[in-house]
Design a protein around this ligand. Sequence first.
Ligand SMILES: Cc1ncc(COP(=O)(O)O)c(C=O)c1O
Length: 449
Amino acid sequence: MSAISIRTAIPGPRSRALMARRHAAVPRGISHAVPVFAESADGARLTDVDGNVFLDFAGGIGVMNVGHSDPQVVSALKEQAERFTHTCFSVAPYESYVALAERLAAITPGAFAKKTLLVNSGAEAIENAVKIARHATGRPGVLCFEDAFHGRTLFALSVTSKVSPYKAGFGPYAADVHRVPYAYCYRCAYEEKFPSCAFACVSSLEDHFKRYVDPQTIAAILVEPVLGEGGFVVPPLGFLTELAKVCRKHGILLIADEVQTGFGRTGRMFACEHEGIEPDLLVTAKSLGGGLPLAAVIGRAELMDAPGPGGLGGTYIGNPVACAAAHAVLDRFESGDLLRRSETIGIRIEARARAWAQRFGVIGDVRRRGAMVAVELVKSRETKEPAKHETDDIIRMACERGVVLIASGTFGNVVRFLTPLVISDDELDEGLEVMTECFAAVAPQPTTH
Ligand SMILES: Cc1ncc(COP(=O)(O)O)c(C=O)c1O
């Protein structure tokens, strides 16, 4: 029996009416991937206010790795809400925060003493990781990457790459931010090929340190192990290892932004594990809270202790209801086979995407790490001109046919998959079949090369 059930035009009448109210009451600066309003969600299914049932291939932007309304998560947060919802950890602390700090320190890469700061969002965690790195090293600079995304607060935006719509009009940005190309092999900034390039994107850092900035002033290199919003760009294995060497040589800290890659998205709990990398500080959020706002900075104890009492904090940091949800998320990972499932889902999506690439010339590149699969659309495989409109058309058509999808990429031309890891094979295949129809409608011409 099919999971998708579309009963009205998309958007349906109730969603349309709500959208009219939304436009009057909410700033236009917040955009929506799909024009339907949610009523309920369960596992990998999302029901809108008109009774249409969609397969959710977006997972609230990578937040629902354990699935919507997971019974363990729901019961944990209900139970906590009945006891207390807030005391402020900086006023009256509670055990669940401490226990979560311990658990996160135990599961993150690095066999050294660690401490954990819990905050509310990915951006807030990035802000704090940089504060800690600066305090610990006494250095001001941060080196970050082209096509990176680290959030929407002002420092997080300073290290974010994409100009429109994220940065344009919101400056000035923080000083001492230095940006270099990522290992985006499909669009290599050095026009090299892997592996003959020998990681030119990393070795060029030494040149950067001669021409642009003194490495002794750099506190940290901030890197996503796989670019998220930047287009699910999967660097060749070895990229992070080479970066870590540069860090060690110059006394620079390595901060891994695992906000999107964390909690099983790449088939490992954290994407750094694919290379055995031990970042000095690891930032995570999204699927940690199973849908509740929660983020963490986990790092070497001596670095985390650099700021003095009162130097870190916030009213809502590590909210007890969010902590309860996170404990249930960790239980789900410990007792289930979600990590294996992540790899299996990824393999299944990639196989279908490669079949699409055989048929549809609009597909320029398919890449994957675990369940993090990207399909990059181009107008021509020779010029690699990004096909943003075609990508938008696919997202729109998929929604009309019952699949919630989102795009990514600096050029907005990458279809990405962020399905809950609990999606069944039947649900996944049904959604992928819908996408085949969408690609056929957008790019009917056969591949010629
Ligand atoms: C890699 C990465 N870092 C940071 C953030 C910011 O997280 P938040 O939206 O929770 O502030 C995001 C959000 O998409 C992200 O993908």
